[in-house]
Every structure is written in structure tokens, then in C-alpha cells.
Design a protein. Structure first.
Lengths: 237, 237
DNA sequence: TTAAGATTCAAACGAGCGTTTGAATCAGGC
DNA sequence: GCCTGATTCAAACGCTCGTTTGAATCTTAA
């Protein structure tokens, strides 16, 4: 029911007064980011978008489907770009493994591009994405794992070739840690700004990624622990 | 109003039918973990705890104050233990800087101990904590930053001594990444289990921390990037 | 035993939620 | 110019939410 785009098309009517669907998506992106999924009401959302309350259910079906649309609108192209960048790097390497640094860079650059592009949601979307990663709602978790599955699989292959001395299981966990640090960094720097006096380089995303990339690369390259070394439960042993 | 403990005390009445306050806290810990703060209703919560609906407002004042109590009950002792472990390590080092590995270990062990202690919430609480880190609600963010402030400050000092070649600002960011990977790992391994076939070492938390610690240590020790190196926006430059 | 206070309880409050409805409005093809 | 389907709109539906209330019950101490 009403799954099609609006009948009238042509060029975009205007920048300020866009499509009803687009206005809803834009407002939802901001509000979901600011308050989370549950705490954002359709009334405040439609009011912010200057559309009728019923418009969300008419155009998207439900609040959950709207959230899904908000995420996929940006996530799909970003992960696609990540895959393409990796493939480009692999072609340039010509059969040889791509270096760890280049793989991480290929992973970070689409996020950086998105963060800079205010017309595609900018940092708002990345923060929303980071929060979504921690959201317990099943439909969000399923959505994310579906969206990320292919990209992660490709990158795991690339890392496996770049780091042949790291076992597959170890690599799985390290990729897990990488995604954690990345999504956490994207999600809520403000949560940590409180005890981290970093006002100086505020909003400088490129510098942030320049700090994140070496951290992640070093972690990925770390020598695997031998079975002999154990985490001591008592400090003085 | 009624801020005191119940009048009757003595030894704990029973294990299964504990204090009303405790029963509420235990049920809240599980439900907040499973569904998040907003999506958990006081009706389902009090029903799970087998107490009257009004008991939450009577004993805790409000839903937000209950959430605060749930978090502080575990978080306060855990961060206290972290500080104590660090101080022990510093005494053992006798003036010399504590090694990076030992600092990270001191940070991880209280979390591991808590994860193993089912009587203190176990993994449930760590997952709740990781989710709380990404929650946009202001009262949660203020609570967490207040709870973590001292611990983070102490650890930053220790790391600064262990890693004198890392600038203070760089260190701030790296600690940020560490907390990200840590809280993300604590929060939702299941979210990632979908594309990570790690069933073999399921529930083996010690092994998980044995993998996490070297990753974080290597990231912390990574050589700082020179200003010359820039993140290339286009792969082929 | 009794008085006082702490705790539990059933019931209700008002507000806000996501969704549905059916009529009004709009656009474009014949 | 009218007809058809897509879109907008105000209003309402049924439900659940967090919180409050005031009486009933229990516990403790004098």
C-alpha cells in the first residue's frame, strides 16, 4: 500500500521545502540521533518536519520502518563505497596483499566523507549509527547485521591476507574491537568530552581519524598472545 | 520521603525473596539490559520483581532514580577496585612507571571479576553498562561521566608516565578508543556474533580479555603520526 | 497492648503514545 | 472539465505510560 514514490516528480521542488518523504527522513535523522528511537515521538518528529502526523504511516508504514529507512539511506551507499575502495586497493596491489594501513584507510574514508557531507546527514548520521549499534531492539540489530555482513566479510578476507600470522579467530575478535572503537568514536564524543579536555581540536574529524587509524593498525598487528601468558587475577602473584 | 532502608533488618530474610528494594534492583538490571531504559515499563518491571507497581516510586522516587541506583550499585565498587589495583601496581613499581600492560590489566580485571560474579549481576550488568554508554539521555550521560571521572583521570596519569613519548592530547584520544573498544565489547557481543562465527569460545570471558588486552596495549603504544603523513582521501594519489 | 511509623496495595489520574479513519485536497491524463 | 488515484489533513481510537493517592497492613518500640 502506497509503497511508490509520489506521483509528481520532475526536478527537486526546492531545497528548503523538499519531498514530504525526504523532510520526514531528515527530521527523523536528527531526532533519532538526539533522543534515540524509543524516546522520539512521531508527534514531535512530524512537527519538526512540518508534515501531518499521519504522513509517517502513510509513506513508511510504521515508526520502525521509518527508522530502517533512515539508516539504510546512508548506510547502504557508505558500505558500498567501502567495498569499492577496498577493491581499488586490491587491484593496485596486483595480487599482493594490501597493507593493513591501506585497508583501515579504505574503511575509514567513507565514514569521514559522510561526516563531512552535511547534505548526507554529516556527523548526525554517524552518531545515530553508533547509537544504533548499542540499541537492544531486535529489528535494529537484524538490520545492522544485514547491512554490514558483506562489508565485514570482505574486509576480514583482506586483513587475513595482510596479517597471515594472525589466526582467523583472533582476527574475528580484533575486527570486533576495531568496529567497537570506531562506532564508539563516531557515536558519542560528547559523552567523553566531559572528562577529556579536547576543545582545541573539536570538529576536526580528519585529525580524529588520523589518530584513530594508527591506533587500530597497531592493535591489529599486535603479536598474538601465547597460551603461556595468562591474565593474572591477583596483581601480586 | 522514605529515603531510609526498611525498618526491619536482621540477616537477609531469604535468598529467593530478598528485600523489596533488592528485588526491584535485580529485576531492573535484567530488564534494562534486555530492552533499554525507555522500552522497559515499570509495570513489567514490578511484575517481574513480584512487587507492587507503586513500590518503585516509593523506594526510589522515580524511574530515572531507579536506573541511577541500578548503575551505581555495581559501578561504584568496580571503579573503586580499579583505582585500588592501580595503586597497588604503582606501589610495587616503587617510583618507576607502571608498564602499559599492567595498567590495562588493572583496568580490565575488575570488569572480568564482575562478569564472573553472577551474584553481582554478571555479564548482564556489563552489557547494561555498555548500552548506557551509548544512551542519549542526559541524566545517564551525566551519571556516567561523574562515576568515571576519577578513575579515568588516575589512569590517564599512569599511562602518561608509562608512555612519555605520547602527547597528552594523543593520550586523551587513545584512552577514548580504549574505552570504546572495551564498552563495546562488554555491551553486545551478540550483536556481532551474527557475522562472527565464534561459537567455540562462547562465554569464555577470560580468553576474550586475553585477546582484548594485547590489542589495546599495542594501540596505546603505537608511534604517534607525524604531521607529514596525511590520510589520503583518494586512494590513488 | 498500643501508638506510630514504615511499607504494601488496588485503583485511578492525566498525559502521551503509535496507528487508523474518512473526508478534503491536489495533480495529471483523457 | 471531469475523473482517478495519490496525498494531506483533523480527529479520534485504544492502549500504555509514569506517577499519585489514601486506605489497609505490617513492624517495631515504648
Amino acid at each position: 500500500m502506497a509503497s511508490n514514490r509520489p506521483a509528481r516528480k520532475g526536478v527537486a521542488t526546492d531545497v528548503t521545502s523538499a519531498d514530504t518523504k525526504t523532510r520526514i527522513l531528515d527530521a527523523a535523522e536528527g531526532l533519532f540521533m538526539e533522543h534515540g528511537f524509543e524516546a522520539t515521538s512521531l508527534r514531535s518528529l512530524t512537527s519538526a518536519a512540518s508534515v501531518n502526523l499521519a504522513a509517517v504511516n502513510y509513506h513508511f508504514g510504521s515508526k520502525e520502518e521509518l527508522f530502517t529507512a533512515v539508516l539504510t539511506r546512508r548506510l547502504d551507499p557508505m558500505n558500498q563505497e567501502r567495498i569499492e575502495l577496498l577493491e581499488t586497493a586490491e587491484k593496485e596491489a596486483g595480487g599482493k596483499p594490501v597493507t593493513c594501513e591501506k585497508i583501515i584507510t579504505a574503511m575509514l574514508i567513507p565514514a569521514l566523507r559522510l561526516a563531512r557531507d552535511e547534505k548526507r546527514g554529516g556527523k548526525n548520521f554517524l552518531r545515530l549509527l553508533g547509537r544504533a549499534y548499542a540499541d537492544p531492539a531486535p529489528f535494529i540489530r537484524h538490520l545492522l547485521s544485514a547491512q554490514y555482513a558483506e562489508m565485514i566479510a570482505r574486509y576480514k578476507e583482506a586483513f587475513a591476507r595482510a596479517l597471515p600470522h594472525i589466526s582467523r579467530q583472533e582476527l574475528t575478535w580484533r575486527l570486533h574491537f576495531v568496529m567497537g572503537a570506531l562506532s564508539y568514536t563516531a557515536a558519542g564524543t560528547d559523552a567523553l568530552r566531559i572528562y577529556a579536555q579536547v576543545g582545541a581540536e573539536k570538529d576536526n574529524d580528519e585529525l580524529l581519524l588520523q589518530r584513530l587509524a594508527p591506533f587500530l593498525v597497531a592493535g591489529l598487528k599486535a603479536p598474538p598472545v601465547g597460551d603461556s601468558r595468562k591474565l593474572e587475577l591477583v596483581s601480586g602473584d
